[in-house]
Write a protein that binds this ligand. Structure first.
Ligand code: ZN
Length: 544
């Protein structure tokens, strides 16, 4: 057996208490088991590696342990041991991805009619159940409608939306969450301690983040890391293995961004290129860092003090406004999406950096600064900024500025959803709100509106804002605004992305683009650029 399988298999939880990050599911399941309220079909949903089939097997043991139906299967009886080793005759595990045909399902269901050979229940675990054909689902539905008492179905899927509603409605559904990096790191640390392998905290954080919510991926990567580091787990080796970017590069970039020092930003990009590190990863990590900074501003306790860069993050967070961070985060995401379209990755990456400079809302220098002589640590062709100044203080965006585009109106033409959203954006600005309540309102979209009943929806990534106190403040502000009591319903759900916060960002970006365009097309500026080898310092342009 290869080393890569060892840890994930060896440390696969054998009972509910060993599971990480799925407390809500465990609680519901143990309650049901304790009260013997047993359903005949369970559906576990969630992304790969979060524990769906692991929970399914533990449930199989809980139902069939010889000590009785229990929340704590003994692990010692024949049933427990055979389920753990995958040899239990009354447990059938089926991968729907390779058994999509109706014939397989019919055969399986015919067998289901017979009583279990030796166990209390015959258990069918069907993984990736959404892959079943329509006729296979129909065959299954008949059994689900009138299930024999001795049969339990445990279904698992990464894509519940592909399961027919008729099947969904007959299952008790549990949604497994992606496991937070902090919990993954704690588990990896535990495993390494048991395995007596040394490691540093930074490595654990890197692995935990790279696993993107999947414990199985985290353990597989840990296996690789152990081989890679010849029995040790060290930060530099992990960077090399994952192709991740040493955080010092990212901090350098942010410091340069704060200073509006374009040359320094390019120098970092050059260093990343020289080391042959991935620009895609660099943008991903940069977005991750902006996310951490935004968290540090709004919910400081969300940044664990165990994270090695805790202090650095907290101090950097004070140097950006929340709006800046939202904008830079977006630019990093879009830059990453555009990377494949860029002339080359270096251009794509540096363009994203320059966009951050160009769109930085605050500017330290006045109006426009142009220069004759390049002098910098990076080659000329990669220089967006020159350091000298040529005074022409009167240039500003009033020159040849096209009529301002009303972003809100333009966006609202598409559909009535957008109309609701732009109405909401206007309304939010009129409400007497501040602080977190305002932030919540700005990150909502309007789903339904009448003057006494308003439904708002917030994206999952902002659900930490859904505190009752903030909701109450919004409700109060709405009631005051309309001069009568307003019923407010706030939920987490999918949004189109046209929140007031997003519309605001777009409007700022649009104004900034117009300002840049106006300056770039200014005849005097063009002449300087063409005849004197001058260049624009984009970061110095701001709309008026
Ligand atoms: Zn047992």
């Amino acid at each position: 057996m290869s080393q890569t399988q060892v840890l994930a298999r060896k440390w696969r939880p054998k009972d509910f208490s060993g599971l990480t990050g799925q407390d809500h599911v465990i609680k519901a399941l143990t309650n049901a088991l304790e009260q013997k309220r047993l359903h005949h079909a369970y559906l576990f949903t969630g992304t790969r590696g979060v524990g769906k089939t692991t929970i399914a097997r533990i449930l199989a043991k809980a139902l069939n342990c010889e000590s009785g139906i229990t929340t704590k299967p003994c692990g010692k009886c024949a049933a427990c041991i055979e389920i753990d080793s995958g040899h239990f005759v009354d447990l059938v595990e089926l991968d729907a991805a390779s058994n999509t045909q109706v014939d397989n399902m019919r055969e399986l269901l015919e067998n289901a009619l017979y009583a279990p050979t030796c166990a209390r229940y015959k258990i069918y675990i069907i993984d990736e159940v959404h892959m079943l054909s329509k006729s296979a689902f129909n065959a299954m539905l008949k059994t689900l409608e009138e299930p024999p008492d001795h049969v339990k179905f445990v279904l698992a899927t990464t894509e519940p939306q592909k399961i027919p509603i008729t099947v969904l409605s007959r299952c008790l559904q549990f949604n497994l969450k992606q496991i937070p990096p902090t919990l993954i790191a704690i588990h990896l640390k535990y495993v390494l301690e048991q395995e007596k392998i040394s490691c540093d905290e930074a490595s654990l954080q890197l692995l935990a983040r790279a696993a993107q919510g999947s414990m199985r991926d985290a353990l597989s990567m840990l296996d690789q890391a152990i081989i890679f580091g010849k029995g040790k787990v060290e930060e530099t080796e992990i960077h090399a293995m994952l192709g991740t970017i040493d955080q010092t590069y990212l901090y350098d970039l942010l410091e340069a961004l704060i200073q509006k020092d374009g040359a320094r930003m390019l120098a970092v990009a050059d260093a990343i290129e020289v080391r042959s590190l991935s620009f895609d990863t660099a943008l991903q990590e940069l977005a991750g860092l902006f996310h951490s900074l935004a968290l540090a501003q709004i919910v400081p306790q969300a940044i664990s003090e165990n994270v090695p860069e805790h202090e650095k993050i907290c101090s950097l967070a004070k140097k950006f406004t929340p709006e800046d961070l939202q904008l830079f985060y977006q630019i990093a995401l879009h830059g990453r999406a555009d990377l494949g379209l860029a002339p080359d990755e270096y251009s794509g990456f540096t363009m994203a950096l320059m966009r951050m400079l160009a769109f930085a809302p605050e500017s330290s220098s006045e109006n426009i600064t142009v220069s004759h002589s390049p002098s910098s640590i990076v080659p000329k062709e990669k220089l967006p900024l020159f350091d000298g100044k040529l005074s022409k203080p009167d240039i500003n965006t009033t020159h040849a500025s096209p009529p301002a585009l009303n972003v809100v109106t333009a966006l609202s033409l598409d559909s009535c959803t957008n109309q609701l959203n732009s109405d909401w954006a206007v309304l939010v600005n009129q409400l007497k709100l501040n602080g977190m309540a305002k932030m919540l309102a700005q990150n909502c979209e309007m789903k339904n509106f009448s003057t006494d009943n308003i439904e708002l929806c917030v994206q999952a990534e902002h659900k930490h804002l859904l505190e009752k106190t903030y909701q109450d403040k919004i409700k109060k502000a709405l009631s005051e605004h309309f001069g009568k009591p307003v019923r407010l319903k706030l939920s987490v759900g999918s949004v189109t992305g046209m929140t007031p916060a997003e519309l605001d960002t777009r409007e700022k970006q649009s104004k900034q683009l117009q300002a840049v365009a106006a300056i770039e097309t200014d005849p005097f500026v063009r002449e300087l650029v063409d005849n004197f080898d001058a260049k624009l310092i984009i970061s110095s342009i701001k709309p008026i």
